[in-house]
Ligand binder design. Structure first.
Ligand code: BG6
Length: 492
């Protein structure tokens, strides 16, 4: 792995993501010798830390930093610096530039800089503008890259505006829109069974696939993020980004090569082929819900409206399920189903490919569609792949039973599965944007989601259903899957 010497500047350095994900990811890269010879981290934020205080917070006292026997945190801590500034004030940025030039000189990083924006979305346009006004967008001797956290935009219009603002001072290939789902090993692996085996791809189309189902369930509620979440909801928080990215990987055409350009071109085409939902379909095929107080394993749990930071009359969805189609040659007529929610019975994300039944049934008990071949790609937890197929029950006659062929990542005992942030940061350090979302496809995804959000906002008669915390969401979602003996898969 070739890595240029460089500086990582983290905006929002005193925030949760920095201590929980970013610093531990860099620390792992450091331990594995993936960092370049000369590397510096600069935390930026409003809080007035000095370098030592910041090191104490994110390195020495950071419970998320794994320390193995004999590990010393000192050397790693010496890479970490802090610079206090008010991110919204342009006049503070020349001071940052000065500090970065001095660190650059000290470390010999050739003015290669990644700016990581782990800040409230309202600052996504502001910080890059101020950086540019201080000349920090210029690539004089090295390169400059921006990593922007989700959500990229609040709706189609704001995403378009944000793209436009960024492109005034940066090129598309300097902008890395992060979607941490793409950094998950199992999400990247969605492409491999399809495109490296000859047994799946010939079946991967409307002729053999009956429907595709994607579930992303969380057992937690909104925790301490009620304030943020209430302005977002499950559709913006999970579906517009993470789940549509999964759909793109499942549904895309084979890319010419496994590089950023080819893969991201194919993903864009999937987003462009999403059939827009009509007002009638939004009412019928998009089900939203909100968790209500309930008892889980004998313990009282509060409802969404009782959560900290959530208005008592909130109509924000904590669950969403939808049915839609991809209008292209491969998928014409195949329904896709997505559901995602908080306070569901378990934490699981999986993609389920349901294959069509045989045309002629010679074994009597093998006709139910839920008993047909099924490929389950488990994204988390218990990462792996499961193929369900019919086998003869030993004994008289021809009774068929579904059995599992099951692969688990945990069986690869010596395989190290990097955390999503570790993988994504490493890619950005090397200038590889394959696992980042490109501007055009983020907009295309918004184009599909936007009319749904508008309809929900404008038409109060579209219901939001309550569901008791700890259940699988509103029962109305079951009706989305039409057909005899067909239902969502309920992973346990
Ligand atoms: C985040 C959402 O992007 O993804 C959270 O904002 C959600 O609400 C999280 O909990 C889920 O990520 P993971 O990796 O735990 O599935």
């Amino acid at each position: 792995i070739k890595n240029d010497n460089q500086i990582l500047v983290i905006f929002g350095a005193s925030g949760d993501l920095t201590a929980r994900k970013l610093i531990p990811a860099i620390h792992n890269l450091y331990k594995k010798n993936y960092l370049p010879e000369k590397y510096a981290i600069v935390g930026v934020g409003r809080t007035a830390y000095n370098d030592e205080e910041f090191r104490k917070k994110v390195v020495y006292d950071n419970e998320h930093l794994k320390q193995e026997n004999g590990d010393s945190k000192e050397e790693f801590a010496s890479l970490v610096h802090y610079h206090a500034l008010d991110t919204s004030k342009a006049e503070d940025y020349p001071g940052l530039a000065k500090r970065l030039y001095s660190i650059d000189e000290e470390f010999g990083t050739n003015c290669n800089v990644i700016f990581y924006l782990s800040v409230p979305p309202s600052l996504y346009g502001v910080i890059p503008k101020h950086l540019a006004s201080a000349g920090l967008n210029e690539e004089k001797t090295g390169w400059t890259r921006l990593i922007i956290e989700k959500p990229f935009g609040y709706d189609l219009q704001s995403a378009q505006e944000l793209n436009k603002v960024l492109l005034e001072d940066y090129n598309e290939d300097q902008i890395y829109r992060i979607d941490h789902y793409l950094g998950k090993e199992t999400v990247q692996n969605l492409l491999v069974p399809r495109f490296s085996n000859s047994i799946f791809e010939p079946l991967w189309n409307r002729n053999y696939i009956h429907r595709v189902e994607i579930t992303s369930a969380e057992s937690v509620g909104v925790e301490k993020r009620g304030g943020y979440y209430d302005g977002s909801g499950a559709m913006r928080d999970m579906v517009q980004n993470h789940l549509l990215q999964l759909i793109a990987l499942v549904a895309m055409e084979p890319p010419v090569k496994s590089d950023a350009f080819s893969i991201r071109n194919e993903k864009l085409k999937v987003f462009q082929s999403l059939r827009p939902l009509t007002p009638e379909e939004i009412r019928k095929n998009v089900i939203r819900g909100q968790y209500m107080a309930s008892k889980i394993k004998g313990e009282e749990v509060i409802g969404y409206r009782e959560e900290e930071g959530v208005p008592k009359d909130s109509r924000t969805e904590t669950y969403v399920a939808l049915k839609f189609f991809i209008d292209n040659w491969r998928w014409a007529g195949v329904p896709f189903y997505i559901r995602s929610g908080k306070k569901l019975p378990t934490r699981v994300s999986e993609v389920v490919i349901h294959f069509k039944p045989n045309h002629h049934h010679i074994f009597s008990n093998n006709q139910e569609i839920n008993k047909q071949n099924m490929l389950v790609i488990r994204i988390q937890p218990d990462e792996g792949i499961l193929l369900k197929f019919g086998m003869k029950v030993p004994g008289a006659g021809f009774e068929v039973e579904n059995v599992n062929m099951d692969f688990s990542y945990s069986d690869l005992t010596d395989a190290y599965v990097p955390d999503a942030y570790e993988r994504l940061l490493l890619d950005c350090m090397q200038g590889d944007a394959t696992l980042y979302a490109r501007g055009d496809s983020v907009l295309a995804a918004w184009e599909f989601i936007d009319p749904i959000l508008k309809a929900w906002k404008e038409d109060q008669s579209i219901p939001i259903y309550g569901y008791p915390a700890g259940t699988w969401g509103p029962e109305n979602a079951d009706e989305l899957i039409e057909g005899k003996n067909m239902a969502w898969r309920y992973p346990c």
